[in-house]
Design a binder for this molecule. Sequence first.
Ligand SMILES: NC(=O)c1ccc[n+]([C@@H]2O[C@H](COP(=O)([O-])OP(=O)(O)OC[C@H]3O[C@@H](n4cnc5c(N)ncnc54)[C@H](O)[C@@H]3O)[C@@H](O)[C@H]2O)c1
Length: 309
Amino acid sequence: MRILVTGGAGYIGSVLVPTLLERDHDVTVLDTFSRGTTELASCCRFETFRPVRGDARDERLLDNLVPRADAIIPLAAMVGAPLCDADPLAARSINRDAVIAIAKRAQKSQILIYPTTNSGYGIGEPDIPCTEETPLRPISLYGRTKMDAEKVVIHHGGTSLRLATVFGMSPRMRIDLLVNDFTWRALTDHALVVFEGHFKRNYIHIRDVVGGFEHVLNNYNEMQGKAYNLGLSTANLSKLELCAEIKKHVPGFVYWEAPIGEDQDKRNYIVSNAKLERTGWRARWSLSEGLKELIRGYKMLRNSRYANI
Ligand SMILES: NC(=O)c1ccc[n+]([C@@H]2O[C@H](COP(=O)([O-])OP(=O)(O)OC[C@H]3O[C@@H](n4cnc5c(N)ncnc54)[C@H](O)[C@@H]3O)[C@@H](O)[C@H]2O)c1
């Protein structure tokens, strides 16, 4: 297939794009490449890889690129509530309007797979898992722009994957994601103060997210026009439970709870991934395997721009 991935140089894209190329797909990546780094270096050996430096909001580029694709995966976004609050105009135009612009140009015969966040479930009921029928109540601008775009994608006949919080190593690493962040702090500071420690979330390994996209590509006829939660069913954990899991791998890790902050999206929910699992998708990566991967990966990272060590 010819696949267009916007934002393909990001945390998810830089694992997804090489995988798609290895499966013999032609992949065009439209990204600003604003970091100017080498996340997709391993892709350049493929003749079938086409990087396009540009803005996912540029309608002239979309006029040119969308009709050539058999499948479109719009990843380009301002990701996370703090980033969106720092630049609300960019958040609306990239997270919502650029996705609407793609949906407008896409034919029904083209595959459209969109990742959104399951943080839109917000404050859930204790012990009652959120399903795709649970009302969405996104609070932050990030959550609202992602849900607005999802509505358009579903109305168009595309598929939306409501991702749990992603963890694992990527060529474009993000240590601001909860599991990645806590593990980083456990290894570097050996200590962590947790707020809202009993708030529960669902998690998913980055390679299982890639597996989710591939699963939709392979089963699009049955899955189009629908939303699916994509998370690890064995990992609906509170932040304190997550710390306990990390401590199993980092024994010296000390953590305690204090009211030092608040989650803007009030994320406290457990999620059912049964609808996606009924279509045959299975998570392959456990939380424990992901933690071991992060511990190996973090041996190579340094966050010391203003220090000698
Ligand atoms: N990582 C998660 O836990 C998670 C969870 C749920 C949903 N998602 C969704 O998955 C997608 C990818 O997330 P990520 O974690 O890889 O984020 P990321 O920030 O690592 O990557 C985003 C990419 O988009 C590019 N980009 C941003 N604005 C652009 C523009 N105007 N034009 C072209 N490219 C642009 C960036 O250069 C970057 O390469 C996003 O849509 C996000 O909302 C991610």
